[in-house]
Design a protein around this ligand. Sequence first.
Ligand code: 6PG
Length: 244
Amino acid sequence: MQAFQLEIHADPDAVVAQAIQIWKQRSTIAIADHGFFAVALSGGTTPKRLYATLAQIPDLDWQHTYLFWGDERYVPHDHADSNYRMTKDALIDQVPIPASQIFPYPTAAEDPELDAQRYAEQLQSVFKDAWPQFDLTLLGVGEDGHTASLFPGTGALHVEDRWVTVGSKSDQPRLTLTLPVLNHSQHVIFLVTGSSKANIIREILTTQPHLPAQQIRPIGQILWLLDSAAAAKLPLQTGMIASS
Ligand code: 6PG
């Protein structure tokens, strides 16, 4: 398994505080290096707290920040299940980020394959013909070991020749970045909190790769940013983890 960093913090608020420090650090470095900070956001419920807290940070450079998503449910942008809507409510509507720098997945074609291709074209408009290279990629993990919308046993896991593909969760279509794109990330943070994730975290971090989340092997670094509840079943000796 690829080397990774592991940080265990007392609770979700401490996890968010650390994620914000990393966001600030990566943003400063990226904007100084190439003029913008490209982030692939995760969906679901875990990141809501981070996005709402980011909205309150006064000195972030939103004028040079570009937001993408690692995946999206195939629903309208105003649907309760939409990752874009969750992010819009928690963050986008609260900060001065130019609308032209926000890239929600198109989901209106009633054809997931077509919309997946359209998102790939949007990525190409920003990253030109080079591989999309996110300066920071946030990912979550499901209790089945999925990440983004790469679910165990689905074809999306094996798509190597496209940047965006169609995933599926219980026959519900989803749009997702493919493993090659996710693995072109410079910095991947898995943001995982709560006792419901303790079993899958142990399996992911202590077994040979067989789950989607274990296929994330970026050209850059991986940080597992956990709270103590999500880390509770890791076989760690006491004192190995600095208290936060
Ligand atoms: C999504 C996410 C997905 C999520 C995990 C964890 O669209 O749901 O991208 O990969 O990160 O399912 O979700 P929770 O944070 O809700 O547990």
